[in-house]
Design a protein around this ligand. Structure first.
Ligand SMILES: NC(=O)c1ccc[n+]([C@@H]2O[C@H](COP(=O)([O-])OP(=O)(O)OC[C@H]3O[C@@H](n4cnc5c(N)ncnc54)[C@H](O)[C@@H]3O)[C@@H](O)[C@H]2O)c1
Length: 345
């Protein structure tokens, strides 16, 4: 299979290298707005560079991977759907809710598969937690703590195009809460603060955010995110049930030190980046995408899944701006897919 990849920044160069190592992939063709960067990454990794996206899409690729800055996702996904090329798109699908809804409708009226990059769905810990919930091992789940704490901020230019901390970071927690519990989010209360670099406030963003979510079965979830977790990259989920509790990410690489005397756990070293923390999950996710592109499996993370996580992030931004509880009914959604919609599209 020949795979085209657009955007060879932090995650794009990493995904290109992972894809090149997969048995199903014969060739990876890369392009970037910065053609020199694409040529450099291709040379370093033994890939093929295309001069621009048009040349990439016209080069006879079997599947397409979008890892550009968020603001470029929507236009590229439209192009790929227009050309009927199975596409993996990094989260979020688009920079705005309107665009995400419009793309959801477009993708759902098309036969071309779209897989969105929420890699935690392929992480063994989150999958184990989901299985525990489904098997009733925890009893009734009352409280969940979800967190995405980056060790250090991304480069300053990333922030204005990121969509803000809820759409960029916590959106992973919103998706995985839905995945693990099988529940939808009913209400949101969110806040955020800046104590770090000035470029967050300059972009209207915060460097640390916190949200309280109420699920449709009454489970309470706290979701925190920060760009400043000096102890290491810390991504976890804890589920507290009437029978048992379970934690994702509670291993020797946990980015915490115990305050208790004589406690040596965790042995360390802590994870330093999302690439390190989720290396196996990214590989499993891209392996699954090859199966999606070959028509062997349906998309394991649909554009509608991504829309639902994005709507929660949108509710968080509204709550933060207006300092109030926001009901998910206030946030626009795509019309439910009907067989008639698809058949007549
Ligand atoms: N799933 C995850 O864990 C994860 C982690 C990091 C980033 N991401 C997502 O991946 C995307 C990229 O993030 P990043 O950290 O790699 O950003 P980055 O800024 O490091 O890289 C983005 C690249 O896209 C290129 N680009 C921008 N517009 C383009 C266009 N129109 N055509 C071609 N190339 C274009 C830029 O030149 C740059 O090389 C973002 O949407 C982000 O949300 C996901």
């Amino acid at each position: 299979m020949r795979i085209g990849l657009a955007g060879v920044g932090r995650i794009g160069a990493f995904h290109a290298s992972t894809l090149a190592g997969l048995d199903a992939v014969e060739e990876v063709v890369v392009a970037d707005l910065d053609a020199g960067l694409a040529a450099q990454v291709a040379a370093e990794q033994g890939l093929t560079a295309a001069p621009d996206i048009e040349a990439l899409l016209a080069s006879g690729i079997d599947a397409f991977v979008i890892t550009t800055a968020t603001t470029a996702h929507a236009a590229l996904l439209r192009q790929a759907l227009g050309a009927g090329i199975p596409t993996f798109c990094e989260k979020p699908v688009a920079a705005t809710l309107d665009e995400t809804i419009s793309l959801t409708e477009l993708a759902e009226s098309s036969d071309t598969p779209v897989h969105i990059g929420f890699q935690r769905r392929f992480d063994s810990g989150y999958r184990r937690a989901k299985a525990a919930v489904e098997a009733g091992e925890l009893g009734t789940v009352h409280a969940i703590r979800a967190l995405t704490h980056d060790q250090e901020p991304p480069h300053a230019a990333y922030i204005p195009t990121s969509g803000g901390i809820f759409r960029d970071c916590s959106v992973h927690d919103f998706d995985i809460v839905r995945f693990v519990t099988g529940r939808e989010i009913d209400t949101v209360y969110a806040t955020g603060e800046n104590k770090g670099a000035d470029f967050f406030a300059a972009a209207g963003d915060v460097d640390t955010g916190a949200a309280i979510l109420t699920l449709d079965d009454g489970t309470l979830v706290t979701a925190t995110s920060t760009r400043y977790s000096g102890g290491g990259h810390d991504v976890r989920m804890e589920l507290m049930g009437s029978v048992a509790n379970i934690a994702v990410g509670l291993d020797d690489s946990l980015a915490l030190r115990s305050a208790e005397e004589g406690v040596a756990f965790p042995a360390g070293p802590a994870h330093q980046s999302f690439m390190q923390r989720f290396m196996a999950a990214y590989r499993a996710e891209l392996t699954a995408f090859c199966d999606v592109a070959a028509g062997r499996i349906p998309s394991p993370c649909t554009i509608r899944d991504a829309l639902q996580a994005f709507r929660v992030a949108e509710a968080c931004e509204l709550s933060r701006a207006q300092r109030r509880l926001v009901s998910m009914f206030e946030i626009p959604d795509a019309p439910a897919l009907t067989t008639t919609t698809k058949a007549t599209a």
